[in-house]
Design a protein. Structure first.
Length: 418
């Protein structure tokens, strides 16, 4: 079921249709597992208000898998929504940048499971967008009403897609009938490639198969002799159908792959730019504290995690920097931190050593020995480093180790006699 938490206005059922004094769109924020439910609720709200809908996905390191988001964005396009996918350092920044024309912002929410206090996205958006109506859709794995709404809407819009495919083939048939006295059957057959490939590129496999079958039937009825009579099973008809089906399937596969690659390319470009900026900022940091703060400030949005750096002063590990500030380490976290520092190996959440900890600790070490400890954590206490983030984190870890090695060498040079 839907729930509306801390809204800046009434529920959708109580809202009057928009007037000219308040134009706008319904902005659906599609992030994570609740994306389908958010889309269904946004569609229902947009229909009730008579406003257009925009489906937004913000590309961040902690975003949902691209395949899942592509599926939901495709569903939103079939519903008639404008789809937008943008890279940003955080979901908050991405939504704020796209909310200028929105009157309502629909986003998902989950029950708080965090053992580390942190404002929710809804709370942050309420502060950043005080003039917008925020609709928070509670996530539920068994949300039958929303699923049924989404299915009905998808069916209606799928019907429109098939109607467009039918219209495209009908327009081609009209052109074929005009050109039939001038061009032979082989040339006219090529004209049917245009609508079928266009449907395959825009709407995918199933509408393309419908257009292919319809095109083959039209070719058989209008082009093959005797004209205006069906002769199914003729070699020309089978060849026409097979060619259209093969080309449409290939086109829909290629365009789908290109969409996925575009999202992955955007994410990769964003990560590379962030890594370059982090490396540049680390070289500018002149002391241990500024280096730690720079590392935390650059790593937290890049990984979508909470980050802290500890270093040893007078035989004790002390906090050198953190983002967000003032993290809380429980007894198990403190034990994992001590073990990681003493043994020079990772410990904590998601590792073999003290996995019950909330934080995961990685020693920063080079040929000079142990220099500091980099800690990361998820707000829900789960393993902070999923497999696809390991390479990115390893790069950050190497940059951080080199930056701290430079600080150690500078300290030794200052302390050396002469």
């Amino acid at each position: 079921m839907d729930s509306y938490h801390g809204l800046a206005g009434p529920s959708p059922s109580a809202m009057a249709p928009p007037t000219t004094e308040r134009p706008g769109v319904v902005l659906a924020v599609l992030q994570g597992s609740e994306a389908e439910q958010v889309l269904a609720e946004a569609k229902r709200l947009a229909d009730g208000l008579g406003q257009p809908m925009t489906a937004l996905h913000v590309e961040t390191p902690e975003g949902a898998p691209p395949a899942k988001i592509l599926e939901v964005l495709q569903a939103s396009a079939e519903m008639g929504a404008e789809t937008v996918s943008i890279p940003a350092s955080s979901v908050l920044d991405g939504v704020v940048s796209q909310a200028a024309q929105a009157s309502h912002v629909v986003l998902g929410s989950r029950p708080r499971q965090s053992r580390i206090a942190r404002p929710s996205l809804t709370e942050k958006l309420r502060a950043a967008l005080p003039d917008k109506v925020l609709v928070s859709v509670a996530y539920s794995k068994q949300s039958e009403p929303l699923t049924q709404v989404h299915a009905r809407s998808a069916e209606r819009n799928a019907g429109i897609v098939y109607l467009i495919a039918f219209a495209a083939i009908a327009a081609t048939v009209s052109l074929v009938l005009v050109l039939r006295p001038l061009i032979g059957p082989q040339g006219l057959a090529l004209l049917f490639l245009v609508p079928t490939l266009a449907v395959a590129a825009r709407w995918g496999f199933r509408p393309a198969m419908f257009a292919s079958v319809l095109a083959a039937a039209s070719f058989n009825f209008f082009i093959l002799k005797p004209a205006f009579a069906f002769r199914p099973g003729t070699p020309q008809d089978v060849l026409m159908l097979g060619t259209l089906v093969a080309l449409s399937a290939y086109t829909s596969f290629i365009t789908g792959s290109l969409r996925k690659r575009a999202i992955l390319s955007d994410r990769s470009a964003q990560e590379n730019a962030a890594l370059a900026a982090l490396a540049r900022d680390l070289t500018k940091a002149a002391d241990w504290d500024s280096t730690a703060e720079t590392l935390c400030r650059g790593t937290a949005p890049l990984l979508g995690l909470e980050v802290a750096v500890m270093r040893e002063i007078d035989g004790e590990l002390v906090m050198a920097g953190a983002s967000p500030p003032d993290p809380v380490f429980g007894p198990v976290d403190q034990a994992a931190l001590a073990w990681a520092w003493s043994n020079g190996e990772e410990a904590g959440s998601g590792t073999q050593v003290l996995p019950a900890a909330n934080w995961q600790f990685h020693p920063l070490k080079t040929s000079l020995g142990r220099l500091a400890v980099l800690a990361v954590a998820r707000h829900d206490g789960r393993n902070p480093l999923v497999a696809e983030k390991q390479l990115l984190f390893s790069t950050i870890l190497a940059q951080a180790s080199l930056a701290h090695e430079r600080l150690r060498l500078e300290d030794e040079m200052r302390c050396s006699p002469g």
